[in-house]
Design a protein around this ligand. Structure first.
Ligand code: IPE
Ligand code: IPE
Ligand code: MG
Length: 263
């Protein structure tokens, strides 16, 4: 059982978030148990958030970065050990060129801004996905951020960029074969970029996986929120964790079996 500080009464603005990244305001405590070890989030709805405010899509993506700062902080504070977020899918290259260019620039500048606060918060950042498609400059920023935060033991933040679940399964399979090993689920799992997911959250109300963690979400509990990503806050995240804590994860077995074994 964990005591969690609950801070959703605080309203952050994006400016306040960047200057108060990882500040800690305990107002009251609540208990959520069991917690998911690995939470994955499909951060969707930036464009719709902007459109509803007659703003360019870029404004939605920028607010999306602030939301990620907030949720990273919430997850680390709650005791989540691995957080994997979908930042750019292998299919998102099909978007208008100006949006793709904007997203790549925002990715690089966000990584530069985050390195220090993440390091201080004990969060190790990793970028997962096919990085060969990125510019040398972006790859250098990624490598530098990963290096700088590598010592973080509190939580790992995997940022999935140019990521596709099918790509991950193929690269893992190739790695197993290259090592001359037999193709088994365990061998493939050991080569995938991230481990099995316990809780998968999708914001923006769509009921699909969009080629995210296909293998790893085989037994994930799936929480769909209608809230658009730029507005997804700590209260929404804690709601997802609470919902998860009430699920019965049967992994193919029956409820009666679980009661008998106490699992
Ligand atoms: C998710 O928000 C961010 C990325 C895919 C980069 P969207 O940009 O997909 O927002 P909607 O779905 O159009 O609202
Ligand atoms: C999934 O969102 C990818 C990310 C959140 C990065 P999309 O907006 O690309 O998904 P679809 O196209 O609606 O399935
Ligand atoms: Mg979308």
């Amino acid at each position: 059982m964990r005591e969690l500080p609950l801070t959703y009464k605080i309203t952050f603005t994006s400016e306040a978030l960047s200057s108060h990244f990882f500040l800690f305001f305990p107002l009251r405590t609540m208990t959520i148990s069991p917690l998911p070890h690995h939470v994955a989030i499909i951060m969707d709805g930036n464009g719709r958030w902007a459109k509803a405010r007659l703003l360019p899509r870029a404004a939605g993506h920028r607010r999306g970065v602030s939301a990620l700062e907030c949720i990273t902080e919430s997850a680390a504070r709650a005791g989540v050990k691995v957080l994997t977020v979908f930042a750019f899918s292998s299919e998102n290259w099909a978007r208008p060129k100006a949006e793709v260019t904007m997203l790549m620039k925002l990715f690089a500048s966000s990584l530069k801004d985050w390195a220090q606060p993440l390091k201080e918060a004990g969060v190790a950042l990793r970028v997962v996905g096919d990085k060969t498609a990125f510019s040398d400059e972006l790859n250098e920023v990624i490598a530098e951020t990963e290096r700088e935060t590598a010592g973080g033991t509190r939580m790992t933040l995997n940022v999935a960029a140019n990521y596709g679940g099918r790509w991950d399964m193929i690269q893992a399979t190739k790695a197993v074969l290259a090592k001359g090993k037999e193709l088994t689920p365990e061998a493939i799992e050991a080569e995938l970029t991230v481990p099995a997911v316990d809780l998968m959250v999708r914001t923006g109300g769509e009921y699909r996986i969009s080629n995210f963690l296909l293998w790893q979400s085989a037994y994930a509990e799936i929480f769909i929120s209608d809230v658009l990503w730029p507005e997804f806050n700590e209260a929404n995240f804690l709601q997802a964790l609470t919902w998860y804590s009430q699920r019965e994860r049967r992994f193919g077995r029956t409820s009666e079996q679980l009661e008998q074994t106490g699992n």
